[in-house]
Design a protein around this ligand. Structure first.
Ligand code: ADP
Ligand code: MG
Length: 601
């Protein structure tokens, strides 16, 4: 007798359920997807005891015929794809034909459905995967599915379920994600008879975001749309000052499907680079649309991860779209200094004009900043950085721009004075503008250092004793493939046999850092993302620290000229509202707001 046996259908379904049905929220997700695929524009979800006791989902979609109700419970039975090619041209949320039989295998499920061609609906009762009862019922067109006692026959699974509050939290997340992507569909979620979410049909994404994330969130968000070749993107992004402590409010969709993908998430954060404090995350609702053949969603049974054919192209598209969308938002709505039509930050400086603020008060910095350019890295349009001769002649911490230079939006504000030796007060049209002098100067210096750093390349520091580093095969392959990029960043490697490399030089700036760990992070990031941001993050971090050491402090009395210079300097950099540590630089009070304060309006 053979020891190898073919598993029973029922056991197969239970195994599949292990993948697809992890907790009540997974049931809700699968059932909502089915309702959406059936064209429903109203989905009502009723849950009891965190979904452990009962989940009921009622939709007004196209429903099923009698035969279809039976078929829908068979494994690999789907109306959504027929051929191999379909799998790479998915337009539906479901396609595996696994959800219903999997859920039915681990619960007591009842299904009622009626399509337009039928006089009545059909009602099936299924227990542990077996149809126990089937009868005709009167009902409107659509489908209602009720799942009771989830995991009643798989106690090991049941033990993993959490408190009701935790489970309903997960269900709420699932409903929110789906609801955000389909404003034209009404979603209602109630728990133990209490309505938690009721998002009415709307054509405006802003309305839907308000219903799910709250009115305040929408007020703090700006819209983004962009299209390049086959890639299109639209959505809403929070202004940097409106942020959260976790990534949970980053909602990203690919071709209408909610995904939580590393590449996409990283690209979004890349777009916010330098705008958020460490450990803070934006609120984002972003829809990416691309030809279905450019993305494989069939990677994971719950379909949250994807694989892109042109990964770094997609990454670049997302991050630059986000970055560009935030620019005007940051300056007009948060800072308010730069009008929307503001041309890109001015970058050509008269060659005699000193452009670096007096960072040389910090003795450690010049050796790093001032050196012969070994690797020209940045395109030539960046300013050539000279030394400040003027700084030697005068004690002002600021660099005075040429007198005949026209004023930018910040430079042309009229200065009222200094408050508490820390804030500059200005009048700009009808607005009162408050500027944190330290934060502003820090931002200016940071941008300058950064431009200079990238303009003149990255200096290497040769190690006295080369370190031999071992990598796994994926990392090693990446390193071999990207040796030139790593060299550009100031690393020097020599193959050392197998998956090992001798590290002979590291970036000068990072010599005090754990270069080894950085190399590892960079290598694994390169392999996952197709490009690395870690390195740039690291550099930014160091530049920010240097900038912070070099600038005017709070509690420092400034003369009118000094204040004026700072304002004019603000106009000369790619200024984005925050000091490099993410604190705001400017705040603005409108005349109307002030009048309201005094009950005049
Ligand atoms: P899949 O969604 O991958 O096709 P499911 O097991 O989730 O697999 O569903 C099987 C089939 O049952 C679907 O292809 C669809 O034809 C039908 N079905 C499921 N739910 C509904 C619904 N709410 N309305 C209409 N048809 C449905
Ligand atoms: Mg499905």
């Amino acid at each position: 007798m053979s020891r190898i046996k073919i598993l029973s259908e029922n056991l197969c379904n239970k195994i599949a359920a292990g993948e697809v049905v992890e907790r009540p929220a997974s049931v809700v997700k699968e059932l909502i997807e089915n309702s959406l695929d059936a064209g429903a524009d109203e989905i009502l979800i009723d849950v009891e005891s965190g979904g452990k006791k009962r989940i009921k989902i009622q939709d007004n979609g196209r429903g099923m015929s009698k035969d279809e109700t039976f078929l829908s419970l068979e494994r690999h039975a789907t109306s959504k794809i027929e051929s191999d090619e379909d799998l790479f041209r998915l337009t539906t949320l479901g396609f595996r034909g696994e959800a219903l039989p999997s859920i039915a295998a681990v619960s007591r499920l009842s299904l009622q459905s009626r399509d337009v061609d039928s006089e009545a609906g059909w009602s099936l009762r299924v227990q542990g995967g077996r149809v126990e009862n089937a009868e005709a019922v009167g009902m409107p067109v659509g489908t209602t599915i009720e799942v009771r006692n989830l995991f009643f026959n798989t106690p090991a699974r049941r033990k993993f379920l959490r408190r009701d509050q935790t489970e309903i939290g997960h269900i709420g997340d699932v409903v929110s994600r789906q609801a955000l992507s389909r404003p034209e569909v009404r979603f209602r979620l109630s728990h133990n008879g209490r309505v938690l979410i009721d998002a009415l049909r709307t054509e405006r994404i802003e309305e839907r975001v308000a219903a799910i994330l709250g009115r305040e969130a929408v007020r703090e968000m700006v819209s983004v749309t962009n299209e390049v070749d086959d890639l299109a993107l639209h959505g809403l992004l929070s202004r940097p000052l409106y942020n959260r402590s976790a990534t949970s409010a980053i909602y990203t969709y690919i071709n209408g499907r909610y995904i939580r993908d590393r590449v996409v998430q990283h690209a979004v954060m890349d777009g916010y680079r330098n705008l958020l404090m460490k450990g803070r995350y934006p609120v984002v609702v972003l829809f990416l649309d691309l030809p279905p053949e450019m993305v494989d969603v069939n990677v994971h049974p719950t379909k949250h991860e994807v694989r892109f054919r042109e990964q770094s192209q997609v990454h670049g598209f997302i991050s630059s779209s986000v970055r560009n969308a935030l620019r005007p938002a940051v300056s007009t709505s948060v800072v308010g200094v730069v009008p929307e039509e503001q041309p890109p930050a001015r970058i050509e400086f008269p060659s005699e004009t000193p452009v670096v603020a007096d960072y040389r008060t910090d003795a450690a910095t010049p050796s790093v900043i001032v050196h012969e350019p070994p690797v020209p890295y940045q395109p030539a349009e960046l300013p050539a950085i000279g030394h400040s001769r003027r700084n030697e002649e005068q004690s002002s911490p600021f660099v005075l721009p040429e007198k005949n230079e026209p004023n930018g939006p910040a430079g042309s504000m009229s200065i009222i004075g200094q408050f508490h030796e820390s804030y500059i007060l200005c009048q700009d049209g009808n607005d009162l503008v408050l500027i944190d002098q330290h934060a502003a100067h820090e931002r200016v210096s940071f941008e300058r250092l950064r431009q200079q750093f990238y303009a003149s390349g990255i200096e290497k520091q040769t190690l006295l004793f080369p370190t031999v580093l071992d990598f796994d095969f994926r990392e090693a392959a990446q390193i071999k493939q990207r040796l030139d990029k790593l060299t550009q960043f100031g690393f020097e490697f020599e193959p050392f046999g197998g998956n090992s490399f001798a590290l002979k030089a590291v970036p000068q700036l990072l010599k005090d850092f754990e270069a080894e760990r950085l190399v590892r992070d960079v290598a694994s990031e390169l392999s996952e993302l197709g490009e690395s941001a870690t390195m740039e993050d690291a550099f930014d971090h160091i530049l920010a620290t240097m900038a912070c050491h070099s600038v005017v402090r709070a509690n420092q009395k400034l003369g009118l000229d000094e204040m004026r210079s700072l304002l004019r300097e603000i106009d000369t950099v790619d200024f984005s509202a925050h000091c490099p540590h993410g604190r705001p630089v400017m705040q603005r009070l409108s005349l109307a707001e002030i009048e309201r304060m005094f009950k005049r309006a």
